[in-house]
Design a protein around this ligand. Structure first.
Ligand code: SF4
Length: 215
């Protein structure tokens, strides 16, 4: 691996030694529901909603006993609540029908669930089961492109480029440290390049034109 990319990984690891998923959950199923809820919503807001939700709905079967309207009311504050309620109920229906109500570990099965795209599947597989995967959300997409780890204009292309640079054992940590960096320093609107230890290795800082890059 290029020494520059090694340095980027080491610096980010040192900056964020506690980087981890910031959604609260105790089981793979709870993580799956929380991740569906987190689309275009902050983890903090999801974490406000989920304690009550998880107390009432403990299994996929439980969600099949609630009406779409009632579920919408329970998750309304995290936005896109109609789509999210539909996704959760559809996802639980398939979990019960095809997976004995158990969240599958592999990416292909996870992606077969309604409302579960590549990013959600990767978040669940990597965090809940330790399966090497690089979930590319808006932060990973933006930060990876700014640094120069990737040039692709879709999350899929960025995932392929970054995964080609780093070994599988580093993908999960890389996902977390890139997200933490995007949330704490390399902000979408105004990256704090002057405070950033990565500046000497970052394409955008070197070219002096850190710009807004989002999904
Ligand atoms: S130098 Fe600036 S653009 Fe590059 S990673 Fe750091 S904050 Fe982001």
């Amino acid at each position: 691996m290029d020494k520059r990319w090694q340095r980027v990984f080491t610096l980010l690891s040192e900056m964020y030694p506690d980087a981890r998923c910031e959604l609260n959950y105790e089981t793979p199923f709870e993580l799956l529901i929380a991740t569906i809820l987190s689309a275009q919503c902050t983890d903090q807001r999801v974490n406000i909603i989920t304690p009550r939700l998880f107390q009432r709905f403990r299994s996929p079967e439980d969600y099949l006993e609630v009406s779409q309207d009632e579920l919408e009311d329970l998750i309304r504050t995290c936005g896109l609540y109609r789509n999210k309620a539909r996704s959760i109920i559809g996802c639980c229906r398939v979990l019960v029908r095809d997976f004995q109500g158990v969240v599958p570990r592999d990416l292909v099965s996870l992606e077969s669930l309604p409302g579960v795209g590549r990013k959600t599947a990767a978040v669940v597989a990597s965090n809940a089961f330790g399966v090497p995967a690089l979930a590319v959300d808006t932060h990973v997409f933006r930060v990876a492109r700014r640094i120069g780890l990737a040039r692709g204009d879709t999350p899929e292309k960025v995932e392929a480029e970054v995964c080609a640079i780093y070994p599988r054992e580093q993908w999960i940590e890389l996902h977390h440290i890139l997200i933490w960096h995007g949330r704490r320093l390399c902000h979408a609107r105004k990256p704090d390049c002057e405070q950033c230890p990565l500046a000497a290795d970052c394409d955008q800082a070197i070219s002096g034109s850190a710009r807004e890059v989002s999904v």
